[in-house]
Design a protein. Structure first.
Length: 212
């Protein structure tokens, strides 16, 4: 998987993730084959773009017959690492962190939150779901004990960078950041930022343009 992700643009990987969801919808509906045009229509792109994206995976599909839904679904799940159960640590058990913990699609996709860390003494020692919340002083120990693959950051901005540096120091190579700040990480650490504010500002821009 690492070789694949190193040579494929991020935008393509994001579209492959969308194609997978569309294929799963088709599979649930009993559809056995699908054309690039159908995937393009669902994804708001072009059939040529779909074919280009899927060309990174190898040779698939037959002219006039399209792609086997079951085969392509399996290939995409493998390429995106979804045939593996990933052990995840959640930093922050506030409102956002709790909502993320309770988000069932994470588990359905193989992202298993096994560790929750918070610095609020009122929360430390209590349970979030079936996980006992641990204090920040246990961060390194918890990450190592649980063999954590990926960390979700849902903490306030002032503490985010320092916590992430501790996470990286113990060898975690993948971070999903919900804190509204730009984290500084080594080049060999995969980082994805989820900024609700940026998305809202994008919508605001669109609304403002439509009213001019």
């Amino acid at each position: 998987m690492n070789e694949f992700t190193n040579r494929v643009p991020d935008a393509t990987i994001r579209r492959l993730s969308l194609y997978l969801r569309f294929l799963e919808d088709f599979e649930r509906s009993g559809v056995t084959s699908v054309a690039s045009g159908a995937l393009a229509e669902r994804g708001g792109t072009t059939a040529a773009q779909v074919r280009k994206d899927l060309s990174y995976l190898g040779s698939f599909g037959k002219r006039g017959l399209g792609y086997s839904v079951a085969e392509l679904t399996g290939v995409l799940r493998g390429v995106l690492g979804l045939d593996t159960v990933w052990r995840v640590a959640l930093l922050g058990a506030g409102r956002i962190g709790t909502a993320l913990f309770e988000y069932e699609p994470f588990r359905a996709r193989g992202f298993n939150i096994t560790t929750v860390i918070d610095n609020d003494p009122r929360k430390v020692g209590t349970c979030l779901g079936d996980i006992t919340i641990r204090g920040e002083d246990e961060l390194e120990q918890a990450l190592c004990q649980e063999s954590i693959d990926l960390v979700i950051v849902a903490v306030p901005v002032p503490v985010a960078q320092a916590l992430v540096e501790r996470v990286v120091a113990v060898g975690v190579k993948a971070i999903l950041n919900y804190a509204p700040t730009q984290l500084r990480l080594p080049d060999d650490v995969a980082l994805r930022n989820v900024s609700m504010l940026v998305e809202l500002e994008g919508l605001s821009y669109s609304l403002a343009r439509s009213q001019r």
